[in-house]
Design a protein around this ligand. Structure first.
Ligand SMILES: CCOCCOc1ccc(-c2cn(C[C@@H]3NC[C@@H](O)[C@H]3O)nn2)cc1
Length: 447
């Protein structure tokens, strides 16, 4: 049996997001978000589930912080609900919204846990969506206005900021594939939004520097890996397009100052125009202190004309799958991390999301989620291998602390280290919670 020894200096954490755990969607002045609207649109979310109650963490945050503390985490990654702070997206600030996040952050600090705050985790104020949302360049400055309020309010308390979580999900998953809010299906809209998100990210980083803030700031793209089925050039190029869809498109502008030409051309062939305004590419390239990487799955793939957006099809290699039917592919995690390191250099990397969906239930006050433990074992081993090959990993943050609202899957899909009984709101630590607790404590585990 192999022993996986992780470096003593990496930080460990767990992650959540506002709309997925808070509930209290109409409490203390919170405005509507696009997910409140999307969730209540028939047919968009499994069982018509919404975030009105979720895990009720708005009221139970102390209990949840205690769960983070008991795990032994260094970091707790959470997100702020923009419509709690600015119910109309801009303008008048909702003090009760700020007060909630002060209560949460103060509790974390009192427990010796470092807050990592995500400013945008998909809950755009509906008022901004009514004016075109991220398709409208005005939303860029609305985001910077919101971010500046948070920076000034929490300077000295929060020292790790993430501008935008998973810009691919916000742009392409939500506006081309239509799977997430607002559910548009336009490649032009999605590409325009992807650019506006990167400009918003860069302008926010620039503002953070101008304000003389003392912490660190980055963003958290989601990633995947497609391993070519053969050495044929068409398979290699098809897989590169799929990897570049999530990685190159969102990393090249930040780290290299330009979009990947092969994708610009590919989108142009699909009728897409990329409207870049003077100064956009310069501001996107504002230097960041760390990059967050979210990884869940990857696959082996090959060229197939007409298959998807990039003439590329996944192959069923017989890999085990989690309960959300995603293939378990830890090799892809290693490939992503070494690819990012080789292509973009030595910016410190936090794994800001990695985890697995297993829908095990409580039996005799225990949740036997061996599948999740096995997933974490193989992916932390891939992480350790990437560190051994020189990838600058600063921390590992597991998705998620709690079972929660898994977007279009509603409450049917569970990613938590802690089980949620959505009827009673009772939390139950799963076997994986105790396993991760020991890894954090010891720094090693048996594979
Ligand atoms: C019908 C076609 O479908 C194409 C792919 O459709 C999806 C759906 C969902 C995802 C997805 C979900 N997650 C987990 C979240 N990350 C952030 C945090 O909030 C977690 O809840 N990551 N990626 C990707 C792709």
């Amino acid at each position: 049996m192999a022993i996986i020894q992780l470096p003593k200096n990496i930080k460990y954490g767990v992650a959540t997001a506002a709309y997925q755990i808070e509930g209290a969607t109409t409490e203390d002045g919170r405005g509507l978000s696009i997910w409140d609207t999307f969730a209540k649109t028939p047919g968009k979310v499994v069982n018509g589930d919404n975030g009105d109650i979720a895990c009720d963490s708005y009221h139970r945050y102390k209990e949840d912080v205690q769960l983070v503390k008991d795990l032994g985490c260094d970091i707790y990654r959470f997100s702020v609900s923009w419509p709690r702070i600015l119910p109309n997206g801009t303008g008048e600030v909702n003090q009760k919204g700020l007060d909630y996040y002060h209560r949460l952050v103060d509790e974390l600090l009192a427990q010796g846990i470092e807050p990592m705050c995500t400013l945008y985790h998909w809950d755009l104020p509906q008022a901004l969506q009514d004016n075109g949302g991220w398709e409208n360049r005005a939303t860029i400055d609305a985001f910077v206005e919101y971010a500046e309020i948070m920076f000034k309010e929490f300077e000295g308390k929060v020292s790790k900021w993430i501008t935008i979580n998973e810009p691919w999900c916000v742009s392409f998953l939500s506006n081309y594939l239509g799977v997430h809010a607002p559910g548009k299906q336009s490649l032009q809209a999605a590409t325009t939004i992807s650019h506006h998100l990167l400009v918003a990210h860069g302008k926010t980083v620039k503002r953070y520097r101008e304000l003389g803030m003392t912490g660190e700031i980055g963003y958290a793209p989601n990633t995947t890996w497609k391993e070519p089925f053969s050495n044929q050039q068409q398979d290699i190029e098809a897989c590169q397009r799929e990897v570049g869809y999530l990685i190159d498109w969102f990393f090249d502008p930040v780290f290299l100052g330009k979009y990947p030409a092969y994708l610009v051309d590919w989108y142009k062939q699909k009728g897409v125009t990329l409207n870049i305004e003077p100064g956009d590419m310069e501001v996107i390239q504002e230097k960041i202190d760390f990059v967050g990487i979210n990884y869940y799955n990857g696959n082996v793939a090959r060229y197939k004309e007409g298959s998807g957006l990039f003439d590329c099809e996944d192959l069923d290699m017989g890999y085990n799958r989690t309960d959300i039917n995603w293939p378990i592919y830890p090799e892809g995690f290693y490939k992503v991390l070494t690819y990012v390191h080789k292509r973009y250099g030595n910016t410190p990397i936090y794994i800001t999301e990695n985890g697995a969906c297993y829908n095990d239930d409580v039996e005799n006050n225990q949740v036997k989620d061996q599948g999740r433990i096995d997933y974490l074992k193989t992916h932390l081993a891939a992480l350790q291998a990437s560190i051994a090959s020189g990838v600058p990993i600063a921390g590992y943050i597991c998705w998620s602390l709690l079972d929660n609202y898994e977007w279009a899957e509603g409450y049917t899909m569970r990613f938590g280290l802690v089980h949620m009984n959505y009827r009673t709101l009772e939390r139950t630590k799963k076997d994986s919670y105790y396993w991760y607790q020991k890894v954090i404590q010891n720094g090693w585990y048996e594979l």
